[in-house]
Design a protein around this ligand. Structure first.
Ligand code: COA
Length: 366
């Protein structure tokens, strides 16, 4: 089965996708979580297993905030990376360095602590690297704000609007978990060998980097930005259809009619459009409708997702690292689940190579 399409590769109690009940995180609909909960509540739900009480949330947030202070070795590694480094490689290097500084115990006794360490440190890694390389300064990392607020405020060095914090919060929630997608499955494979949590997460970052997975939102907004008018955009869509080329931000392995996250993304982009050029929203809408009408392909979360970040004036190459900061929660919840019922993941393949043959000595080969 190419691409393992339609293959049930295991069971999970974390998230349900494509069962007909919508996208649920531990039973809660994604739309409600994105509109009504803070990302940290969702992270607690996914990692710990239930929505936190007020007291639990306070402790959880405080621990994440404490982990924004990066160990010296992580800062040194981030400083040493060239300015040309892809921000996804920055995240990967940061996680690997963090794993060297604060390793996980061989018996995984500190796995929850390591998970909070990683989750708290991920935004700080990007913020630190960004300011060190782009502005030549070591920015203070401590803060008592939510993750959404912290990211916006510290990257842009200005107080974000409430509507922006809410949108960032919702985006972190929408991207937090999605069952056996490629990067989560990669995490589970690494976990199944009984490797450590930092190795699992860095495996996930490498898998998410590809443009068929996490990299799609930055390409989707790059596509939208190419056009000055709706008619120009629609002409280009026709040209791509004719060349049988893919349009980033459309299609999905599971969602053949609609991605439940897209409706929330659409609303957020609409709310934010007055912060930038509202024409881009109109162009996006026209592209969405044409692709749906003519190819039957629904937009996925990455289509309006890219536009949302663009309206918040965030650097395009940081969109996938934001995805990491959010999906790391899902990854780590899956690692814990895999560890709880582990058997090494090792499928088999159908052999299509040469039949058995005798070895050919070097001098006899032409
Ligand atoms: N633009 C145009 N056509 C697309 C398309 C897109 N974004 N996505 C799928 N199709 C077409 C394929 O060309 C294929 O057509 P064919 O049957 O005539 O060959 C058909 O739809 C099935 O697509 P396929 O790539 O086989 O689906 P998949 O389940 O293997 O892949 C994705 C799913 C997400 C990888 C794929 O839709 C894609 O590449 N999308 C663009 C990248 C993207 O937005 N990724 C983010 C996902 S959240």
């Amino acid at each position: 089965m190419e691409g393992l399409a339609g293959v049930v590769a295991g069971s999970s109690a974390i998230c349900s996708v494509g069962t007909g009940a919508g996208l649920l995180y531990r039973g809660y609909p994604i739309e409600e979580l994105a509109r009504r909960a803070e990302f940290e509540e969702v992270a607690h739900l996914l990692l710990v297993g239930h929505l936190p009480t007020e007291h639990e949330l306070k402790d959880f947030k405080q621990t994440l905030q404490e982990h924004r202070e990066l160990p010296l070795v992580v800062k040194e590694v981030l400083q040493a990376l060239p300015i040309s480094t892809h921000p996804m490689d920055v995240m990967k290097a940061g996680v690997v360095a963090l794993g060297c500084a604060r390793p996980e115990a061989l018996d995984f006794a500190n796995q929850e602590g390591c998970a909070l360490q990683i989750l708290g440190a991920l935004p700080a890694m990007l913020i630190y690297w960004h300011h060190y390389h782009k502005h030549g300064k070591q920015i203070p990392l401590s803060s008592k704000q939510s993750m959404a607020h912290y990211l916006l405020e510290r990257l842009r060095e200005e107080e974000p609007l409430e509507v922006e914090v809410k949108a960032m919060d919702a985006m972190l929630t929408l991207y937090a978990e999605h069952e056996f997608n490629a990067s989560t499955y990669a995490n589970r494979i690494t976990a199944s060998t009984l490797s450590d949590l930092y190795s699992c997460v860095s495996t996930g970052i490498g898998t998410l980097k590809g443009r068929l997975h996490g990299g799609a939102n930055e390409l989707a907004i790059a596509f939208i930005l190419r056009f000055d008018s709706v008619s120009q955009a629609l002409q280009e869509v026709d040209a791509l259809f004719a060349k049988k080329e893919k349009i980033m931000g459309f299609g999905h392995r599971i969602y053949k009619h609609a991605d439940p996250r897209s409706a929330v993304g659409f609303e957020l982009a609409k709310q934010l459009k007055h912060l930038g050029d509202p024409k881009l929203f109109e162009i996006a809408l026209a592209i969405r409708d044409k692709v749906k009408q003519e190819k039957g392909l629904p937009d996925n979360i990455d289509f309006f997702g890219g536009l949302i970040y663009h309206y918040m004036r965030l650097e395009r190459l940081y969109y996938t690292p934001f995805f990491v900061m959010s999906r790391a929660v899902g990854w780590m919840a899956h690692v814990f689940e895999q560890r709880a019922h582990n058997r090494i993941i090792r499928p088999t393949s159908t052999y299509t190579g040469a039949p058995k043959r005798p070895f050919l000595p070097l001098q006899d080969r032409s």
